[in-house]
Design a protein around this ligand. Structure first.
Ligand code: F6P
Length: 745
C-alpha cells in the first residue's frame, strides 16, 4: 500500500509542478493578447467615427460654427465606449474638448501615443485608448480629430478570462490526477489481468464478444500500457525475497486461504519394506520424490501414490493412510493398491514402454499395446476416484505428477469441476511429429487439457506441447498468453524448472568434512591418495547416457595414459524398471562395457571403473558428491536432472566440477558447468580431462556461481510460482462465477 502511495506521489508531484508552470506562462500571454485584440478593435472604431464626422465637422469649421461642433461632439460621445472627443490644430493647442475629456491629456501627448503600438493612457478615471485621426480633406491648417475611448472594460474582461483559464487548468489537473490514481489502484489490485481479458474479448465471463476490429489498435496500445504499468509495479516492489518453506507456507495461507493440497504421483515418497522380522522405511531413487517431498512437508495435505513397498499394507490404517515422514508426520500418505495386471499394463506397459521412450529422444522405440492402454485408462480413473475420496472440499488444489497420469486431469475435472488442477510433466515433451506416432495421442492431449495449469521444465517443452495440440486438436492457442482453450476450458501452459531443497546451515554442519568423505570413498574403492575421482549417480536407465559416459572414460584413459592407475570413475546406478527387457538388456550392456574397460586399463590392484548397481541413501550420496573431483551427468535427454543440482548443493567447499549434458533441462540454468554433447565421445573425454585438472580457483568461481543459482532457484520457488499462478486463476474463476450467478434471472 505504501509503495502504491509512493508511486502515485511520484507521478502527482511532477504533474502539479507542470500545471503551476503552465498557469505562470499562459496567464500573462492571455492578458497581452486580450489588450492587443481590443486596442485593434478600438482603432477600427476610431477610423469609422472619424470618417463619419469628417464632412459635418469640416463644414462647421469652415463657417466657424463652434456651437455646431460642440453639438456634434456631444451627440457622438453618447456612444457607450467613446469617452471624449477634441480637436488638435497644427499648433497642438487642444480645442473643443468634450466634457469628460481627461484633464491630464493634451495634443502633444496624444500625438506621441498615436505612434505607439498600444496607444493607452492612464487617466484619473481609468485606462483610456487614444487615437489622433486627420480629417478627410487633410488641408495643411485643418485640425486633427482626437478620440478617447474608455479602456477600463478591457481590464475587467481580462480579469474574467484569467479566472476562467485558472479554473480550467485546475480542473484538467484534477481530472488527470484522478485518472492516475484510479488506474494505479486498479492495477495494484490485480484487476489489470481482468481488464486485459476484457480487451482480449474474453471478459471475466468467457462469452463476452471480442472488441470490434476498429478498436484493435487502441486495445493493443492499452495492453502495452498495462504491461508497462505491471512491470513498473514489479520493479517498484524490488527484488524477490528468497524462497523457503516458510514463504511457501505463507503463500498458501494468504493466497490460497490454507486450501488443502493433494499430490498425486505413481511413486510414493516412503516405502515400507520387510527386512526379516523388521520393517524398514526406504526413500526411492526418484527426482520427483526429491522435489515434491519438501514441498509437502511445508504444505501438509495428502499425497496419493501407488503403494509398492513389500510391507506397505501392514503400515497403513483402515483407510490406507499413513502419516509421514516417520517420526515427524507432517502430511498424509494415501496408498492405492494395484493388481499385478494393473501395474504391468499401466506402469510397465503404457507409461514406461510407451510414453517414456516416446517423450525421450534416446533411440528406443516405444511400444503401444491396446491392453496396456486399457489398463492405463482404468488406473487413471481409480486415482481420480481416490482424489475425490481424499478431497475435503469441492475445490481442492491438486498437483498431478508426470506421464503416468495424462488422462487423470480431464477425469478429475468431470468429478470435481471446481478443483484447481496443476499437472507437472517431469519428462521432456517431444516434437509434434514424434508424439504423433502414439495411437492415442489425441486422448492423451485431451486428458492433459483438463488441467488448470500444465507445467514443463523448459519453454522448449511448452512450445512443443502447444504445437502438438495445434496439429492434433481443435483448440484456440494464444501464444501471447501461453494458454490453450479447449472445449470451453482454458489451460495455462507454463515452464517451471524444478529443483531441490537448498540444504540449511544446520544440515550442512552435520555433513562430514569433504576431506573425510574423500578418505572414506577412496579407501572403499581402493584409490591412491593422489588419484582423481569422477562420479555418476543415476537410475539404471537408458536415457541417462551411462554407456556414452563409459565410452568417454575409456577414451580419456586412451588419450591421456598418465591417468592409468591414478583415476577412478564410480557409477552409482539404482536398479529401476528391471521387469522390462529393455532395462535388463541395458544393464547387461553396461556391465559388459565396464568389464571391458577394467580389463583393458586395470591391474591387479586397480580398476578404473566401479559400477555399483545398488540403491544408495542420501547420506551415502552426499559422501560421494563431497569426495569427487567431478560429477558427470551425460543424459541423452532429460527433463531437468536433479543429480546435477544435488552435487552442487553438497559442495559447500566450492570445489568439484560438474560435467553436464546439453540435453538435460538443467543445462539451461547451470551454464558454469562444462557443457557437453554426450554423443561426442571425444568432446566428453576432453571435458573429463579438463574437469580433473581444473585449477582450484577456476573450480571455486564456477562452483560459487552454480551454488548461487541453485540456492535461489530452489524447489520452494518452483512450487511457489505454480501455486501463485493457481491462486490468480482461482480468483479470476471465482469472480467470473459470481458475475455469472448475478446475471442469472
Ligand atoms: O524422470 C521422470 C520420473 O518420474 C522422475 O521424476 C523420477 O525420478 C523417475 O522418473 C522415477 O521413475 P520410477 O518411479 O519409474 O522409478
Amino acid at each position: 500500500m505504501r509503495t502504491t502511495l509512493r508511486l502515485q506521489l511520484r507521478f502527482l508531484l511532477p504533474l502539479a509542478l507542470v500545471l503551476v508552470a503552465a498557469a505562470y506562462l499562459t496567464l500573462p500571454l492571455v492578458d497581452r493578447l486580450t489588450v492587443r485584440w481590443f486596442a485593434r478593435d478600438l482603432d477600427l472604431r476610431g477610423d469609422l467615427i472619424a470618417n463619419a464626422l469628417s464632412d459635418p465637422l469640416e463644414n462647421a469649421l469652415a463657417t466657424g460654427d463652434t456651437a455646431s461642433v460642440d453639438a456634434l461632439f456631444e451627440r457622438t460621445v453618447l456612444d457607450e465606449r467613446l469617452l471624449a472627443l477634441g480637436l488638435c490644430p497644427p499648433d497642438n493647442r487642444l480645442s473643443q474638448p468634450t466634457r469628460a475629456f481627461p484633464a491630464e491629456l493634451d495634443c502633444a501627448q496624444a500625438a506621441r501615443l498615436g505612434e505607439a503600438r498600444r496607444p493607452l493612457f492612464k487617466a484619473a478615471t481609468g485606462a483610456v485608448h487614444v487615437r489622433v485621426q486627420p480629417l478627410r480633406s487633410a488641408a495643411p491648417q485643418a485640425p486633427r480629430l482626437l478620440l478617447v475611448h474608455d479602456f477600463s472594460f478591457v481590464e475587467h474582461r481580462s480579469k474574467d478570462t484569467r479566472g476562467y483559464l485558472l479554473v480550467l487548468i485546475v480542473a484538467m489537473g484534477a481530472a488527470m490526477a484522478l485518472i492516475t490514481v484510479v488506474v494505479a489502484q486498479l492495477s495494484w489490485r490485480g484487476w489489470v489481468a481482468g481488464a486485459r481479458a476484457v480487451l482480449r474479448g474474453e471478459g471475466l465471463l468467457r462469452p463476452l464478444s471480442p472488441p470490434p476490429p476498429e478498436f484493435a489498435p487502441i486495445a493493443v496500445e492499452l495492453r502495452a500500457r498495462l504491461r508497462g504499468l505491471e512491470d513498473e509495479y514489479r520493479r517498484a516492489r524490488g527484488p524477490e525475497s528468497a524462497w523457503n518453506a516458510e514463504r511457501l507456507r505463507r503463500l498458501l495461507a494468504t493466497e490460497l486461504h490454507d486450501q488443502e493440497i493433494i499430490v498425486v504421483s505413481n511413486r510414493e515418497p516412503y516405502l515400507h519394506e520387510r527386512d526379516g522380522d523388521r520393517i524398514v522405511v526406504r526413500r526411492p531413487a526418484s527426482g520427483l520424490v526429491t522435489a515434491i517431498e519438501p514441498v509437502m512437508r511445508a504444505c501438509s495435505g495428502t499425497w496419493i501414490a501407488h503403494g509398492s513397498g513389500s510391507a506397505d499394507r501392514e503400515s497403513v490404517d483402515d483407510h490406507d493412510r499413513v502419516r509421514v515422514p516417520p517420526g515427524e508426520e507432517d502430511y498424509t500418505l494415501r496408498r492405492l493398491w494395484l493388481t499385478e495386471d494393473e501395474e504391468q499394463g499401466y506402469y510397465y506397459g503404457f507409461a514406461n514402454e510407451g510414453v517414456w521412450p516416446l517423450c525421450h529422444a534416446a533411440h528406443v522405440r516405444p511400444v503401444f499395446r491396446e491392453s496396456d492402454w486399457r489398463r492405463y485408462r482404468a488406473v487413471n480413473r481409480r486415482f481420480a476416484e481416490a482424489v475425490v475420496v481424499e478431497a475435503r472440499s469441492e475445490d481442492p488444489v491438486v498437483l498431478m505428477q508426470d506421464y503416468h497420469f495424462a488422462l487423470l486431469p480431464a477425469m478429475l475435472r468431470e468429478l470435481l469441476p471446481r478443483a484447481t488442477i496443476i499437472t507437472f510433466w517431469h519428462i521432456p515433451w517431444p516434437s509434434p511429429e514424434s508424439f504423433g506416432i502414439c495411437p492415442w495421442s489425441q486422448e492423451l492431449l485431451r486428458g492433459m487439457l483438463g488441467s488448470t495449469i500444465l507445467g514443463f521444465h523448459t519453454k522448449h517443452h511448452c512450445r512443443n506441447f502447444m504445437e502438438t495440440v495445434d496439429r492434433q486438436l481443435e483448440a484456440r492457442i494464444e501464444h501471447e498468453h501461453d494458454t490453450i482453450s479447449h472445449e470451453g476450458k482454458e489451460t495455462l501452459i507454463e515452464s517451471y524448472p524444478i529443483s531441490i531443497e537448498w540444504p540449511s546451515p544446520e544440515v550442512c554442519a552435520a555433513w562430514p568434512a569433504a576431506k573425510l568423505c574423500r578418505e572414506r570413498v577412496f579407501a572403499r574403492f581402493g584409490l591412491r591418495s593422489d588419484a582423481r575421482l569422477a562420479a555418476g549417480v543415476d537410475r539404471f536407465d537408458y536415457t541417462k547416457g551411462i554407456l556414452e559416459r563409459l565410452h568417454a572414460v575409456e577414451r580419456m584413459l586412451e588419450k591421456y595414459p598418465e591417468w592409468t592407475g591414478r583415476f577412478g570413475f564410480v557409477q552409482i546406478a539404482a536398479p529401476t524398471r528391471s521387469a522390462l527387457e529393455e532395462y535388463r538388456a541395458f544393464q547387461a550392456r553396461i556391465e559388459s562395457v565396464t568389464e571391458r574397460i577394467n580389463t583393458r586399463f586395470g591391474r591387479e590392484d586397480y580398476r578404473p571403473v566401479h559400477l555399483v548397481a545398488e540403491h544408495h541413501d542420501q547420506d551415502a550420496l552426499i559422501e560421494l558428491y563431497r569426495a569427487a573431483d567431478a560429477c558427470v551427468v551425460t543424459s541423452l535427454h532429460d527433463g531437468m536432472n536433479l543429480v546435477s543440482k544435488e552435487f552442487v548443493a553438497a559442495r559447500d567447499d566450492e570445489r568439484g566440477v560438474l560435467v553436464l549434458s546439453r540435453y538435460a533441462g538443467a543445462a539451461r540454468e547451470m551454464t558454469e558447468a562444462l557443457i557437453v554433447n554426450p554423443y561426442h565421445v571425444e568432446e566428453t573425454a576432453d571435458a573429463l580431462q579438463r574437469a580433473i585438472t581444473m585449477p582450484a580457483e577456476e573450480q571455486r568461481v564456477r562452483m560459487a556461481s552454480l551454488r548461487d543459482t541453485v540456492r535461489e532457484y530452489n524447489v520452494y520457488r518452483w512450487a511457489g510460482r505454480m501455486l501463485s499462478d493457481a491462486a490468480r486463476v482461482r480468483v479470476r474463476e471465482r469472480i467470473a462465477d459470481r458475475v455469472a450467478q448475478s446475471r442469472e434471472p
